[in-house]
Design a protein around this ligand. Structure first.
Ligand code: HEM
Length: 327
């Protein structure tokens, strides 16, 4: 009997040690700041809202900022560091927007609970709030990320490019633990926001030196895009990625890809590969009942996966005082 009690005690201690060690590794969990800074999420939300009310284009800006942060060195706020050789100054990052929103939230949070809330978490929360404010889904963001101590422009060269084939997109996402379903779901973020003409104009006039346009572009849409981005015109002119529905977080992006109205080449290519096409078809409602997955249910799950890429937790990294500077 005594031996039995001893065994139970032993197992209890083992379980306790296991639980404590998981906690000390500081894995992400929703509500990480509920006792250390209970207003953290409310402050981020109100900051994003006030910027959004002045300029709704900050919403797509913040969502893309979080994606670019996560794909280089993990979601650790490395993209927020300022400096000529920092990640933020790499070519694919030059158009990123929304830094001032993160800085604003950080200033308020440092006044409220100094040294507690990481910039990486502020970014993950702001991306969620940006989607919610664009009439998209909302979700509980697991928090507890720490900020990285490295930010180098040379490491950003492997970010996905609008010229990437599906094979390359697949390989870049797989390298971050994301499959075809995650890829198509996450690229669905292009349901909001805009692109410079520069990133797709080559498709409209002399595509792959053929002297004509990319044949996968819908003919009436081609004329529309050519009017928006004349040959030799201003490459920095902005065009909606989801034509006619750029402020609503909805499934029209997928319908556009199905109909040959994807603006970026990488987006339109998702229709040319059987695996990615079936996910696009599903969200566009073409194959009702086959996969039957809803974009507004799947997007939060894919975001939680993306937001967990190579995160620093526990004693790794630091909690920056200013998001654009290492401590
Ligand atoms: C194969 C993957 C991807 C490629 C090649 C790609 C490429 C691009 C490009 C070229 C732009 C236009 C940038 C500009 O002119 O300012 C853009 C915009 C955008 N991207 Fe992506 N993207 C990809 C995946 C994603 C993912 C996974 C997300 C988020 C989860 C995302 C969110 C956005 C948003 C919201 C915008 C609009 C930004 C704005 O209006 O400021 N993208 N993307």
């Amino acid at each position: 009997m005594l031996q039995m009690e001893g065994m139970c005690l032993y197992f209890l201690v083992v379980i306790l040690v296991m639980v404590l060690s998981v906690q000390s590794q500081g894995g992400l969990r929703p509500g990480f700041y509920s006792s250390s800074c209970p207003k953290a999420e409310v402050v981020v939300r109100s900051t994003v809202t006030s910027h959004f009310n002045k300029d709704p284009t900050v919403a797509p800006g913040l969502l893309r900022l979080h994606f670019h942060d996560c794909f280089v060195q993990g979601c650790d706020g490395s993209v927020l560091i300022a400096g000529s050789s920092a990640e933020r100054n790499a070519l694919p990052n030059l158009g990123l927007r929304g830094f001032e929103v993160i800085d604003d939230a950080k200033t308020q949070l440092e006044a409220l609970c100094p040294g507690v809330v990481s910039c990486a978490d502020i970014l993950a929360l702001a991306a969620r709030d940006a989607v919610d404010l664009s009439d998209g889904p909302s979700w509980k963001v697991p928090t507890g990320r720490r900020d990285g101590r490295v930010s180098s422009s040379s490491q950003a060269s492997n970010l996905p490019s609008p010229l990437d084939s599906v094979a390359v997109q697949r390989q870049k996402f797989a390298a971050k633990g994301l499959d075809d379903h995650d890829l198509v779901t996450l690229v669905g973020a292009h349901t909001i926001g805009q692109t410079d003409c520069l990133f797709f104009r080559y498709r409209l006039y002399n595509f792959t030196k053929t002297g004509s346009a990319d044949p996968t572009i819908n003919q009436s849409f081609l004329a529309q895009l050519q009017t928006l981005c004349p040959n030799g015109g201003d490459g920095s002119k902005r065009v909606a990625l989801d034509i006619d529905s750029q402020t609503d977080f909805d499934v029209s992006f997928f319908k556009n890809v199905r109909d040959g109205k994807g603006v970026l080449e990488s987006d339109q290519r998702l229709w040319g590969d059987s695996a990615t096409r079936s996910v696009v078809e599903n969200y566009a409602g073409t194959i009702r009942g086959l996969l039957g997955l809803r974009f507004d249910h799947e997007f939060p799950k894919a975001m939680i996966k993306m937001s967990s890429i190579e995160v620093k937790t526990g004693r790794d990294g630091e909690i920056r005082k200013i998001c654009s500077k290492f401590n």
